[in-house]
Write a protein that binds this ligand. Structure first.
Ligand SMILES: *Cc1c(COP(=O)(O)O)cnc(C)c1O
Length: 377
């Protein structure tokens, strides 16, 4: 490839080429049986995902955002309830809370990993009490593919009788101190959006839990709150099922996912080795495994670097340019007393580089050289 040919940010076609015959057979199988809604592939996927992460129940659904809404509805969180979310995340984390009528309360991230800072939660709990809200849940986000500090966060939640919903939209397949995502919190939600580490060919998501009663409520809620019989409605729910076609695709992708996690890990290591002396490279906590949803560096002149890379065919992305707490739709919601200084600093400096399981070493060297050259090295 010529040295300035534009590279893809996330090469989904390379993965498709690897498993195209298997995917086409799987899709053909669904077209043949015709059970497009609640087909057998959905239940099979749920079982295989549960086995993959060692969880008791997996409830597949229509997106990561719907997974968050389903989890909040299953916990009966709504008006008058406060839910603590990181100030620096994709908007869906806070959006789901606001959609069910509860109040998202923004807590800062830690300065090292950009994950929800447990140190800010206690003061935030006192603060929401003064606003007349009930502290009900914490939604840590596994930003860029690395699990948040669930050990500290679960302990705080237990002390205050709150729920923990892990937003693992970016981290399915990751681990915290040797334990897989799916087992780190009482409820975990994930996303199968195409660009996530484990994505389908459309929208999809899942809720993972060890709690059988909660899983039953989630299964009901994703299908209009249905009871045991078809037109028996026990709850106000949603239409939030996962399509059978998407489940069939995900089953084929699951077969190569462990290998892809390895490849992503190798690519992240090559970036860090090639860039750590010129930019702030991402860090992973001791004993943890990230699935590298993004490889995100921090630089003072983010826009300048992005432009110079674009000029030589290296695409970049900004995850995220503005803390959710500062977005027009979310400014009305409370911020924890300590403020969101780290979220603001990160949002001004972050720049994500292309990373996927099919990024070969030569292409990656081209990117590393382009970054170093653009920084005047
Ligand atoms: C992608 C994402 C979501 C939403 O997932 P969708 O499947 O796109 O609805 C939620 N939270 C985080 C942190 C995400 O990255």
């Amino acid at each position: 490839m010529p040295a300035t040919e534009p590279l893809p940010f996330n090469d989904l076609q390379a993965q498709r080429r690897r498993i195209a015959p298997a995917i086409e057979r799987a899709l053909h199988g669904v077209l043949e049986h015709g059970l497009y809604i609640n087909g057998p592939e959905v239940a099979r996927l749920e079982e295989e995902l549960a086995a993959f992460c060692g969880a008791r129940h997996v409830v597949a659904c229509s997106s990561g955002t719907d997974a968050l809404v389903l989890a909040l509805l299953a916990l009966r969180i709504g008006a008058g309830d406060a839910v603590f979310v990181p100030a620096f995340t994709f908007a869906a984390t806070a959006e789901a809370v606001a959609l069910v009528g509860a109040t998202p309360v923004f807590v800062d991230i830690d300065p090292r990993y950009a994950l929800l800072d447990p140190a800010g939660i206690e003061a935030a709990i006192v603060h929401v009490g003064s606003l007349g809200l009930r502290p009900r849940a914490i939604i840590p986000v596994d930003l860029y593919g690395q699990p948040a500090d669930y050990i500290a966060i679960n302990a705080i939640a237990a002390r205050h009788g709150m729920a923990v919903i892990a937003d693992a939209a970016q981290s399915f397949g990751a681990m915290l101190a040797g334990r897989p995502v799916g087992q780190l919190a009482p409820i975990t939600v994930t996303s199968f959006f195409p660009a996530k580490p484990f994505g389908c060919y459309g929208d999809g998501g899942a809720v993972i839990t060890a709690d059988g009663a909660l899983a039953e409520a989630l299964r009901s809620l994703r299908e209009h709150g249905r009871g045991a019989a078809r037109y028996d409605h026990q709850r106000i729910g949603l239409n939030a099922r996962l399509d059978t076609l998407q489940a069939a695709i995900l089953l084929e992708k699951l077969a190569i996912f462990a290998d892809e996690i390895e490849q992503r890990e190798q690519a992240a290591r090559r970036y860090t080795a090639g860039l750590r002396d010129v930019v702030a490279t991402p860090e992973v906590g001791e004993g943890n495994r990230s699935v590298w949803a993004q490889y995100t560096i921090r630089v003072a002149d983010r826009e300048g670097l992005a432009q110079r890379l674009h000029a030589v065919g290296v695409p970049t992305a900004v995850h995220y340019p503005c803390p959710v707490a500062r977005q027009p739709a979310y400014r009305q919601f409370p911020i924890a007393p300590a403020g969101i200084g780290n979220a603001e600093r990160w949002s001004a400096m972050v720049l994500s580089l292309p990373l996927h399981a099919y990024l070969d070493a030569a292409t990656q060297q081209r990117i590393i050289t382009a970054v170093r050259t653009a920084l005047g090295d």
